[in-house]
Design a protein around this ligand. Structure first.
Ligand code: ADQ
Length: 541
């Protein structure tokens, strides 16, 4: 399988391989027009937009190199922006042929077919990856930001490696930055880099970051090792973005409590620290709704039928669906418990409702994740052995790789989608489901603990994932709700998802970036000055 958990970074890229000649390119929307960055863009992310890999075994003959290109999520959204601005993207080079195609600065021009921007790769050692990525990022920051403090594993040296890798990225940024640069950093792998970058690039350049996961409350953040360093690092940003208000507020409260010398203006959501100002904003991320809609409609029905047959799903069955990384934040055991309760209480649905759990193994080198995956699989087996009949099983579990268009077709076919995280920064899967539901008669069950709930909660079937009875009742209600009512709800959800898609999100981020960029380099023509109290601002959130 080419697709591993590592491909599902928190920036939500999933990739499919294409040939270096560009053959096999996916059906992406033409984004030659779209959001534009107000300066020369330097993107910093853990995962790279293109990855070079050898095809086949090394048998002494010349080997061909294939390129994985982004087909979804943030990376696919930013790639055309980088192409338009002739920008630079700096990321960890994790492909086995990555450094065979780069120059002596570890740079390669991408996309392979048009060479529109520079991809600068960092060659990280195995120790660095283990400590910075699988260590501090995913054993400390991930659990703490999601409120799972009992799962924090603060191993010796992990933080120092995290610092060292952040420094390596900062040095690479300094190599490429000039007076006009806009550095846009993605996610929690880089909490320290912004300050180092700020200190090493021209003062007129702008540093911005988007934090894709929640920010915890001060009570939770108290348990964070290196709390002061992390906040000081993040306050090197001119702009810091979160998905929703709650996380922005939590961040400001943590700064107030942890850094007494920081001046926090809660009303304007601004912090002044060490002579630098940081504006904090909330902009919920959307998905490429038009692509999902189109992909969902375009798949050959026989491919979907063969997926159902291969997995033993009777074709007339009502389909429920869950699509998640196998991560303890995603609430999969709670979902299974609710399904079990549902089948106990609604025997009529046995045989005519099948739930498909599409799970992607994630961070499998970390024992907590291994145990979680095992628990989920055992629970599926246990529930199936309770209710399965000759021709039907209640839960079909699969971690097989699905092409993006098949995923969209499955979303479209599902009558009920269950998204039940215990905590989730935003959640793109819920929005992808809505975007793909072109027949508009499916039902979305959505956890009230996701960022997405703030946008979709009023017309989804809202659930508290830990309330098994209530959750099971919502499954039953969603199945028995008349079609016209499901259509009414879904059409409202679709309007919201299409209006606030990934282009909207990016354009809004760029408006904020433009505003802070103009503050660094005063420009009398700029008129974007969002006031956090204005109705316009509220509607952005
Ligand atoms: P994630 O925790 O990874 O993202 P989510 O927002 O749901 O969660 O995104 C997962 C992405 O991976 C989706 O685009 C989905 O389609 C894709 N995916 C999952 N399984 C797949 C499979 N088997 N095949 C193909 N694609 C698959 C983090 C945060 C979220 C936040 C996002 C974006 O945890 O809260 O919404 O970043 O900021």
């Amino acid at each position: 399988m080419r697709f591993t958990d590592e491909r599902l970074s928190s920036t939500n890229t999933y990739s499919r391989p294409i040939r270096t000649d560009g053959g096999g390119r996916s059906v992406r929307t033409d984004r030659s027009a779209g959001p534009n960055c107000p300066g020369s863009l330097i993107v910093v992310s853990n995962r790279q937009p293109y990855r070079h890999e050898y095809d086949g075994e090394d048998d002494g003959d010349e080997r061909t190199i294939a390129v994985d290109e982004p087909t979804g999520g943030l990376t696919a959204g930013l790639d055309p922006v980088c192409q338009r601005t002739n920008g630079t993207w700096i990321a960890w080079g994790d492909g086995d042929a990555d450094f065979d195609v780069t120059d002596d600065r570890n740079c390669v021009a991408v996309p392979p077919s048009s060479e529109a921007y520079t991809l600068r790769r960092l060659d990280l050692s195995a120790d660095a990856v283990d400590s910075y990525y699988r260590g501090f990022s995913n054993r400390v920051l991930w659990p703490i930001c999601h409120g799972f403090t009992d799962l924090i594993e603060d191993r010796p040296d992990d933080f120092e490696w995290y610092r060292s890798v952040n420094d390596q990225f900062a040095t690479a940024v300094a190599d490429h930055a000039d007076e006009e640069s806009i550095v846009w950093i993605q996610d929690y792998h880089f909490a320290l880099a912004p300050r180092t970058i700020r200190d090493s690039i021209p003062p007129s350049a702008t540093v911005a970051q988007f934090w894709h996961i929640p920010w915890p409350t001060p009570e939770t953040f108290r348990d964070c090792p290196a709390a002061v360093d992390l906040l000081e690092g993040l306050l090197g940003n001119d702009l810091l973005g979160f998905h929703v208000d709650r996380y922005a507020t939590n961040f400001l409260e943590c700064v107030e409590r942890t850094l007494p010398s920081a001046a926090v203006d809660r009303k304007r959501r601004a912090v002044r620290y060490d002579d630098e100002a940081t504006t904090v904003v909330a902009t919920p991320m959307g998905v490429d709704a038009a692509s999902y809609d189109r992909m969902g409609r375009s798949v050959d029905p026989s491919r979907l039928s063969s997926f159902l047959t291969t997995n033993g799903i009777p074709s007339e069955t009502v389909l429920g669906l869950g699509v998640d990384r196998l991560d303890y934040t995603k609430g999969i055991p709670e979902r299974l418990a609710a399904l079990e309760r549902f089948f106990e209480r609604n025997p009529d649905w046995r045989g005519s409702f099948t739930f498909v759990q599409k799970a992607t193994p994630s961070r499998t080198e970390i024992p907590t994740y291994q145990r979680y995956g095992e628990f989920v699989r055992n629970e599926v087996d246990r529930i199936n052995s309770r209710f399965a009949t000759d021709g039907w099983q209640p839960i079909v579990y699969t971690d097989a790789y699905l092409e993006a268009d098949m995923l969209a077709a499955l979303y479209r076919r599902a009558g009920v989608m269950i998204v039940s995280p215990l905590v989730d920064g935003m959640n793109l899967v819920a929005q992808e489901y809505v975007a793909s539901s072109s027949e508009a008669d499916g039902a979305l069950l959505l956890s009230d603990r996701t960022g997405a709930h703030e946008r979709l909660g009023t017309h989804a079937f809202s659930i508290d994932p830990t309330d098994t009875d209530g959750f099971a009742r919502q499954i039953a209600d969603s199945l028995s709700t008349p079609r016209h009512e499901r259509r009414r709800r879904m059409s409202v959800l679709r309007n919201r998802v299409f209006e606030r898609d990934v282009d909207w999100w990016m354009a809004t981020q760029f408006d904020w970036i433009r505003s802070v960029h103009d503050d660094r380099r005063p420009d009398p023509t700029s008129d974007f000055d969002p006031d956090p109290d204005s109705p316009e601002y509220t509607s952005l959130v």
